[in-house]
Write a protein that binds this ligand. Structure first.
Ligand code: SF4
Length: 382
């Protein structure tokens, strides 16, 4: 591997300046800013008593639905942990104030002439000063990397991750072709676990897969897990990569842990179309089996549902899991061409998702497997 020189990441300073009035003490507001993050657009979590509100800012696009728009951003807002519950008038009042503040300050953001990428792929070693991001309710998440070389074309975070690169003045690179490695994450985490109470820490394939191929060289995920183990935190590790079994020795040592795999079909030919950079289905099921045999609590995400033989998938997965979560394909605009090229238009319809979901639920329930709803995942750790 070519020796890289780690760089200080610039994006946090840019966003700190934008959000500055929210970051200091705010005695006149009952809403506390629990955390913020600028790796997938700009995300803010606010808390008041038991209520948590997640505000996410994407690049402005008048064709996308959102809660509000500023000159530069689409602002989305929802209740955290209670996705089905509407925001109250009080919640909206707080969100409106944040939108107004961002609208007043967004001209401070530098406008970069975006450089042209000199390479087709980019691995950057970065130095960060925050790793453990609180979500509220004693829950946290960690992104050991930024970017994902698995590169699923339907990944919903593609535009948001590119916005963060743009705000930092980095060149555009196609999704799947860049990754930032947080080389000092384990050291930073060692300090953070002394500052926050132990809780549940999610490492999941949303912005980055913790076990994508680069983990084999850098071991950032493994080193962070070692810190969490020592400090009494409980991880929820979700992946599309079979490589996770290389860390079974470590994972087995956690008193509480949940390991999850995304397995969206039983048929590898559909995996090759929609997730060409991810491990074959058989390898993922093999890894799931190894985790289950090692006594770990396991969950499978059938997400996004791809064409499949429902019974064949359930037969293989049901004996190995404590729960499954089922969801449809979003970001259809990114993958419609794949459905069409492969003569799979029917599998892109609402009817397909509704009927497949119904059949999966019925079949998993018949095997005694829980269907996990959003808020119940962490209860599997109990
Ligand atoms: S594995 Fe997850 S984070 Fe990585 S590209 Fe696929 S959906 Fe996105």
């Amino acid at each position: 591997m070519t020796k890289l020189q780690p760089v200080e990441r610039h994006i946090d300073a840019v966003i700190k300046d934008l959000l500055q009035p929210l970051l200091g003490p705010r005695p006149r507001s009952e809403w506390k800013l629990v955390s913020w993050d600028a790796e997938q657009g700009i995300c803010l979590t606010f808390q008041r008593a038991d209520s948590h509100i997640l505000i996410e800012m994407e690049e402005r696009n008048d064709e996308s639905d959102c809660y509000a728009r500023t000159k530069k951003f689409n602002v989305c807002a929802r209740r955290q942990f209670e996705v089905l519950k509407e925001m109250t008038a009080d919640d909206r009042h707080m969100v409106d104030a944040v939108v107004e503040l961002v609208g007043q300050r967004e001209d401070r953001l530098e406008v970069f002439e975006r450089p042209t990428a000199s390479r087709k792929r980019a691995v950057r070693e970065i130095l960060v000063d925050r790793v453990l991001i609180p979500e509220g309710k004693g829950q946290y998440y960690i992104n050991p990397y930024v970017g994902c070389m698995i590169g699923c074309p339907f990944c919903y975070v593609i535009d948001r991750a590119d916005l963060s690169r743009k705000l930092e003045g980095l060149p555009y690179l196609p999704w799947g072709q860049f990754v930032d490695v947080k080389v000092n994450a384990p050291e930073v985490l060692k300090r953070e676990v002394t500052e926050y109470p132990p809780g549940v820490v999610r490492m999941s394939p949303i912005l980055t897969d913790p076990y994508q191929s680069i983990e084999r060289s850098y071991r950032i995920t493994r080193k962070c897990l070692e810190v969490l183990l020592e400090a009494g935190f409980s991880p929820v590790v979700l992946t599309r990569a079979a490589r996770i079994v290389e860390d079974l020795d470590l994972l087995k040592r956690f008193p509480k842990i949940l390991v999850g795999f995304s397995i969206p079909t039983n048929d590898d030919k559909y995996r090759q179309i929609f997730e060409p950079g991810a491990d074959p289905i058989d390898d993922r099921i093999g890894a799931l089996e190894a985790c289950c045999s090692a006594g770990l609590r396991t969950v499978v995400f059938i997400q996004p549902m791809l064409p499949m033989n429902v019974e064949a998938l359930v037969q293989r997965v049901a004996p190995l899991v404590h729960a499954v979560r089922i969801d449809r394909m979003y970001c259809m605009n990114r993958v419609r061409n794949l459905y069409e090229e492969h003569d799979l238009a029917e599998a892109a319809t609402d009817t397909f998702f509704e009927e497949t979901s119904k059949s999966l639920r019925k079949s998993f329930e018949a095997h005694g497997v829980n269907i996990d709803e959003m808020d119940e995942l962490y209860s599997l750790l109990e």
